[in-house]
Design a binder for this molecule. Structure first.
Ligand code: PNS
Length: 169
């Protein structure tokens, strides 16, 4: 059964910053669902590198050419946001066994909170199985190259953040 607006999936996360691993999962989701909404969690970390607005904008810029990929931010319970958007699925990427326990807990909690919403796991391409936002930020902060790990626009915005920080000191 499809809703009039088609099958909608929410892809939630911190996306601080969006990596090519995230991009890979979003592209896979965009092929499976009529619409996929990249949902940036507000206030997950006290001091994110990018504001929620900047992270939403990065996703919008990267997927500007994709009519069925949207980006938005949310607060509160993910299932409430999914209901608001009439989403029937939550998409999450699974990189390695180490991701599994946390993902299983979240998926089962979300099922308890919203039994009609299904969590769908997808594996990214092998070359992104070790890529995480945390490691990208660490490598970049220490002067290492992140080319190929994040979209070009994100790499550019990381450099902008660095020059802003240098100007502020
Ligand atoms: O990319 P992340 O940081 O692993 O994403 C975690 C996220 C945003 C999916 C998770 O923290 C979340 O859904 N937060 C919203 C609060 C919520 O609904 N919690 C209860 C369900 S586990």
């Amino acid at each position: 059964m499809t809703t009039p607006r088609g099958r909608v999936a929410v892809y939630p996360g911190s996306f601080d910053p969006l990596t090519n691993g995230h991009v890979d999962i979003i592209l896979r989701g965009a092929r499976l669902f009529d619409r996929i909404i990249v949902a940036v969690l507000r206030n997950a970390e006290k001091h994110p590198l990018f504001s929620a607005e900047e992270r939403v904008q990065a996703a919008r810029d990267v997927f500007a050419e994709y009519a069925n990929v949207e980006a938005d931010s949310f607060d509160g319970l993910l299932v409430d946001y999914a209901h608001l958007k009439q989403a029937t699925a939550i998409v999450r990427g699974l990189r390695a066994v180490s991701d599994f326990e946390y993902e299983l807990q979240m998926a089962l909690m979300n099922r308890r909170l919203g039994p009609e919403i299904e969590t769908v796991f997808m594996m990214p391409a092998e070359q992104y199985t070790y890529v995480s936002s945390r490691l990208v930020k660490e490598v970049f902060a220490l002067g290492g190259p992140v080319t190929g790990l994040v979209p070009e626009i994100v790499e550019y915005r990381l450099r902008e953040k660095r020059s802003q920080a240098q100007q502020d000191v």
